[in-house]
Design a protein around this ligand. Structure first.
Ligand code: FES
Length: 163
């Protein structure tokens, strides 16, 4: 069955659209909404957003592929996005990536077999003053070190964190 936005989605998307000057400017928030709803931004999602905004598919595709925040394939329950840009790197982001690889048994770009965790390296998360930073789903975890990362994974495994 083709993807669609239901009545509730349409209402919410209209609320978003009202905040922007034109349909083109809605591309990012509509893609965000669609990602939340469908889990990731597939080609079908891109076509749906383009159709909803009455914009060329090529435009929506170019936006979706430019920004790393849009997942082009399914991700795990917890999407761990490790910033490896300059401030975070200087303060140990690489060690955090190594630690996560050791704890989860996956490399960046991969998802654990149980579907719990996806590990991704990303560009600056805009929180350089609290580097190194990891974004888990929508929540930031800052001033991290290897011990804190281990505790973070443990808490996520136990379902103790609301992310
Ligand atoms: S460099 Fe990591 S948040 Fe900016």
């Amino acid at each position: 069955m083709a993807l669609r936005f239901d009545e509730n989605d349409v209402k919410k998307l209209e609320e978003i659209r009202a905040k922007y000057p034109n349909n083109q400017a809605c591309t990012l928030p509509f893609l965000h909404y669609a990602q939340d709803k469908f889990g990731y931004v597939s080609m079908d999602v891109i076509k749906l957003v383009a159709q909803t905004l009455n914009l060329p598919v090529a435009h929506v595709l170019s936006v979706a592929t430019f920004y790393t925040m849009y997942n082009k394939k399914p991700v795990g329950k917890y999407h761990l996005q490790v910033c490896t840009n300059i401030s975070c790197s200087l303060l140990g982001a690489r060690r955090l990536v190594d630690k996560l690889q050791e704890l989860l048994g996956i490399k960046p770009g991969e998802t654990t077999e149980d579907g719990m965790f996806t590990l991704t390296e990303v560009e600056c998360l805009g929180s350089c003053g609290t580097a190194p930073v990891i974004q888990v789903n929508d929540k930031y975890f800052e001033n991290l070190d290897e011990k804190k990362v281990e505790e973070l994974i443990e808490s996520l495994r136990k379902g103790e964190l609301d992310v």
